[in-house]
Ligand binder design. Structure first.
Ligand code: PMP
Length: 409
């Protein structure tokens, strides 16, 4: 049994409270994770001691803030094993990072007859930007079909990706199924056809060691708030040669080199993509989150989160009338389910009365919900501060919910 949750739970102030008269059980980290004291303190320290604008100031606070911001970039680069620090562009999160590639890269390389390949399990953030590119350029969207258990078969990827493919965009870990997709193999197929590969890393980066060089993906996007960092910060990794040829999509201060009345030139990487005052405190917080996760060890976190998902799957599958979605194995950190004849929102509302926080809805994956033939599901998602006890509390609460609805039905 993994003891990580019990060991580090104390470091998360928010988890120490009671909700509706019960100790809080937070099982919604797939939507956003909680923050350890070290991250909260790093942001506080930054504002109390070091804050100023970055890059321009010659005064001491200006250089401290710049060092903190650029130091965070180094941490992200090392965390993802990027080859160069300038391959890391700070963004507001995964959504903004994918939109940057869609608008700055895809719109100039896609045209009539070209294809963009996705999967039906994509989060709306890795779906709608590509729909917009298709509309604007005349390119066509194609989908690698899912196996009946919600996984991807590489033979289907081989069939779907062709010489017409310009971009393949796939999530590494599904925020609904919990499955880890074979993005390294899919990237290799994409490259054989001259296409570029973008990986949506929102749900993988918090839970496993990521090596962008080993994956050989061209772009990789993630959000800080799902990995113990603050909201409002994330990053896009892009291979240097691609980013160099990619157009900025936001223009203004910070991203320019020389400005004349009718023409301007832009800065080198990564600054040409970071127009305006950047998200300095967010980057500082993200850097502290990376330190926190690295100290624990991503392999240990992965083992813990995988173990909890397996434990939850086994315990939930014993509840009569509960349907679990996605495969039994190969899940990282979450389970998705429905109780027979009870709407997922009702399940989440009832168990909130016992202090248990789970998510209900379409999880920004409406096409996947339609593929399951449901409008909504409940989802319990785990992170390094959760324990088997949390899952036992969830199971008990679900049994109470089932009894309650049976008694009134
Ligand atoms: N992709 C996946 C797989 C996600 O889980 C999420 C967040 N739930 C996103 C993209 C979007 O991330 P954000 O809202 O932080 O931009």
């Amino acid at each position: 049994m993994s003891s990580l949750g019990a060991e580090i739970r104390d470091q998360f102030p928010i988890l120490q409270q009671e909700v509706n008269g019960h100790p809080l059980v937070y099982l919604d980290s797939g939507a956003s994770s909680q923050k350890p004291r070290s991250v909260i303190e790093a942001i506080k320290h930054y504002y109390e001691w070091d804050h100023s604008n970055v890059h321009r100031g010659v005064h001491t606070l200006g250089s401290r803030a710049t060092d903190a911001y650029e130091g965070a970039r180094d941490k992200v680069a090392a965390f993802l094993n990027a080859r160069h620090r300038e391959e890391i562009v700070f963004t507001r999160g995964t959504t903004t990072a994918i939109n940057l590639v869609a608008s700055g890269y895809a719109r100039s390389v896609c045209g009539e007859g070209d294809e963009i390949v996705l999967t039906p399990m994509e989060h709306h953030s890795n779906l709608i930007p590509w729909q917009q590119v298709a509309k604007a350029t005349g390119a066509t969207l194609k989908y690698i079909p899912l196996q009946p258990n919600g996984t991807i078969d590489l033979a289907d990827a081989e069939k779907t990706i062709t010489d017409k493919t310009k971009i393949v965009a796939v999530m590494y870990v599904s925020n609904v199924l919990g499955v880890t997709n074979p993005v390294k193999d899919i990237a290799a197929i994409a490259h054989r056809h001259g296409a570029v590969m973008l990986v949506d890393g929102a749900q993988s980066t918090p839970h496993m060691k990521v090596d962008v060089q080993q994956l050989d993906c061209d772009f990789y996007a993630f959000s800080g708030h799902k990995m113990c960092g603050p909201t409002g910060i994330g990053a896009l990794y892009g291979k240097k040669e691609l980013l160099e040829n990619m157009e900025p999509i936001e223009f203004g201060g910070e991203m320019i080199d020389r400005v004349d009345l009718y023409e301007s030139t832009f800065k080198e990487l990564p600054y040409k993509f970071e127009g305006g005052t950047p998200i300095i405190a967010g980057a500082v917080g993200l850097g502290a989150a990376i330190d926190f996760l690295t100290d624990i060890g991503m392999d240990r976190i992965h083992e813990h989160d995988t173990h909890l998902a397996k434990y939850a799957y086994e315990r939930l599958s014993q509840i009569h009338g509960l349907t679990l979605y996605g495969p039994r194995d190969n899940r990282t950190g979450l389970v998705t389910f429905n109780l027979k004849d009870v709407h997922a929102h009702d399940v989440a509302t009832v168990i909130d009365q016992e202090g248990i926080a789970i998510r209900a809805g379409h999880h920004c994956c409406q096409p996947l919900m339609r593929w399951f033939n449901v409008n909504a599901t409940a989802r319990a998602s785990f992170y390094l501060y959760n324990t088997e006890d949390d899952i036992d509390r969830l199971v008990e609460a679900l049994k109470h919910t089932e009894d309650f609805f049976n008694s009134i039905g």
